[in-house]
Design a protein around this ligand. Structure first.
Ligand code: FAD
Length: 410
C-alpha cells in the first residue's frame, strides 16, 4: 500500500517508545510509531525513580514533565509491623538527580507521547501490529487499524516498545519464561483522605504483610489527593480470598497494618484491576534489524519501581546504537546494547530476589545502618543500577553478606 517503506519503526508509544522516538527524531531521523491504543489510556507503574529524570532530559522532555504538577517524590518508605524506615534518595552514593515524581500514567504517558509527536515523530494511534514477516534485516509488519483497515509496512529497523504486548517476542517466538514465580497484583486508585502527620506523601510506601513476608502493598500518593494502592502475592495466595478482586483488595488492605489505618477513610471509587504473570524474559534482546525495548524485553517485578527507568535506559542505549548503525558505523548490539542494559537489570534482579527471600528486608528493617552502606543501597533504589562505582552494582551478591551482618546485629 501507499504506507510503503520506512527506515525506522517503533511499536508502542508508552515510555520506552515515546522516549526513543523523541531521541531519534532530535538526531534528525524520521520515525513512524504504531500504537494500538488511544491516549490517554490506563497503564500501571506510577512511581518513577530519580535516574529516569536523566533519560527524560536526554529526550528533551524533562522541563515539560516538571511543569505538569505531578506529585514530588524523594524516596521510598518501608513498613513491616512496627518497623518503619525510609530511604531519602537525595542521600545516595551515585551522582545524578535525587528526586522525581509519582504520576498517574494515563497523563504521564500522554505528555511523553505528545512531546515526541511535537518534535516530529509520526505516531499513528489505533494501529495494532498483528503479524511480522522477516527477510534479512527487513521486517514487513501487518497492521490493523481500529477503523477496520489493514495494511502492510516495511521497515529497515524495528524497535519493539510494545511493553506487556510483547509483540516481537510473541510473533517471532523469542519468549522465555521468567525465573521468578507466578505472581498476581490487584490494584486501584482511591480518593485517599489520608490524615496522619507521620505519613510522607513524597515517598512511595511499601508495606510487608504482617503474617506473610512475601506479600506486600504499595501506596503511591498523587498530587491531587488521590493514591494508587495495590497488593502483590503468589497467584495461589489469593485462592483463600475468593474470586472477587475488589473484595480481596479491601480485605488484604485491612490486614496490612499501617496502610489499613492510613486508608480507613478512603473512598474506593475506581475500577479494581488485576495483572497476573507479568514477569517475562526473552531469548535475545536484539537481532538483525530489530531491538526489544523496555517491557517488551525482560520484566522482573514491580517492588522497586524499576520498570519505567529500565524502559527509558533501554531507549537511551538503543537510540545511541541506532544512530551509529544508521551512519554506517559497525555496531555490536551485544556489547553496545544488551550487555550495558543487563548490568542494571541484573542489579535489580538480585535486589528483587533478596526482597522475596528476606535478605533485603533484613537490611531495610535493621535498626542500625552503616551510613555509607545505606547511601549505596539508596542509590540502587533511586535507579542508579548502572553505576559500577557502587559496590552493590558491581557485585549485587554482596547483599547476602550485608544481610548476615544486619541479622547478627539485630
Ligand atoms: P508500556 O508502558 O506497556 O507501553 C507499551 C505500549 O505498546 C502500550 O501503549 C500499548 O498499547 C502498545 N502496544 C502493545 N501491543 C501493541 C501492538 N500489537 N501494536 C501496537 N502497539 C501496541 N514501573 C515503574 O517504573 N514504577 C512502578 O511503580 C511500577 N509498578 C508496577 C506495578 C505492577 C503491578 C506492574 C505489573 C508493573 C509495574 N511497573 C512499574 C512496570 C511498568 O508498568 C512498565 O515497566 C512500563 O510501563 C514499561 O514501559 P514500556 O514503554 O516498555 O511499555
Amino acid at each position: 500500500s501507499s504506507n510503503g517503506v520506512v527506515d525506522l519503526l517503533v511499536i508502542g508509544a508508552g515510555p520506552s517508545g515515546a522516549v526513543v522516538s523523541a531521541m531519534l527524531v532530535r538526531q534528525g531521523y524520521r520515525v513512524v510509531v504504531l500504537e494500538k491504543g488511544h491516549f490517554p489510556r490506563f497503564s500501571i507503574g506510577e512511581s518513577l525513580l530519580p535516574q529516569c529524570m536523566e533519560f527524560l532530559a536526554e529526550a528533551g522532555m524533562k522541563e515539560r514533565v516538571e511543569a505538569e504538577g505531578f506529585q514530588f517524590k524523594n524516596g521510598a518508605a518501608f513498613a513491616f509491623g512496627e518497623c518503619r524506615d525510609a530511604f531519602d534518595f537525595t542521600e545516595k552514593f551515585s551522582p545524578g538527580p535525587g528526586t522525581t515524581f509519582q504520576v498517574p500514567r494515563a497523563r504521564f504517558d500522554q505528555v511523553l507521547a505528545d512531546e515526541a509527536q511535537q518534535v516530529g515523530a509520526d505516531i499513528r494511534y489505533g494501529h495494532e501490529v498483528t503479524a511480522i514477516e522477516r527477510d534479512g534485516a527487513v521486517s514487513r509488519l501487518s497492521v490493523v487499524t481500529d477503523a477496520g483497515e489493514s495494511y502492510q509496512i516495511e521497515a529497515g529497523f524495528v524497535l519493539d516498545a510494545s511493553g506487556f504486548g510483547r509483540v516481537m517476542p510473541r510473533l517471532l517466538g523469542l519468549d522465555r519464561p521468567s525465573e521468578l514465580p507466578l505472581r498476581k497484583s490487584i490494584m486501584t486508585h482511591v480518593e485517599d483522605r489520608i490524615d496522619d502527620q507521620e505519613y510522607d506523601r513524597n515517598k512511595i510506601l511499601i508495606t510487608v504483610h504482617p503474617q506473610h513476608q512475601d506479600v506486600w502493598f504499595w501506596l503511591i500518593p498523587f498530587s491531587d489527593g488521590r493514591s494508587s494502592v495495590g497488593v502483590v502475592a503468589h497467584k495461589e495466595f489469593y485462592d483463600r480470598y475468593g474470586e472477587d478482586d475488589a473484595r480481596t483488595l479491601k480485605t488484604l488492605i485491612g490486614e496490612s497494618g499501617w496502610p489499613a489505618a492510613l486508608l480507613a477513610g478512603a473512598e474506593f471509587d475506581t475500577q479494581v484491576r488485576s495483572q497476573v504473570g507479568y514477569s517475562a524474559n526473552v531469548s535475545q534482546l536484539h537481532g538483525d534489524g530489530f531491538a526489544l525495548l523496555g517491557n517488551a524485553g525482560e520484566f522482573l517485578d514491580p517492588v522497586f519501581s524499576s520498570g519505567v527507568t529500565i524502559a527509558m535506559k533501554s531507549a537511551s542505549l538503543a537510540a545511541k546504537a541506532l544512530d551509529r548503525h544508521l551512519r554506517g558505523e559497525s555496531v555490536d548490539w551485544n556489547t553496545d546494547y544488551a550487555e550495558p542494559l543487563m548490568q542494571g537489570v541484573n542489579t535489580f534482579r538480585e535486589f528483587v530476589l533478596g526482597w522475596y527471600d528476606g535478605r533485603l528486608q533484613d537490611v531495610i528493617f535493621s535498626a542500625e545502618k552503616n551510613a555509607e552502606v545505606k547511601r549505596m543501597i539508596s542509590s540502587v533504589l533511586a535507579g542508579y543500577a548502572w553505576d559500577t562505582q557502587n559496590p552493590y552494582v558491581k557485585d549485587p551478591k554482596r547483599l547476602s553478606t550485608l544481610a548476615e551482618i544486619c541479622r547478627a546485629r539485630a
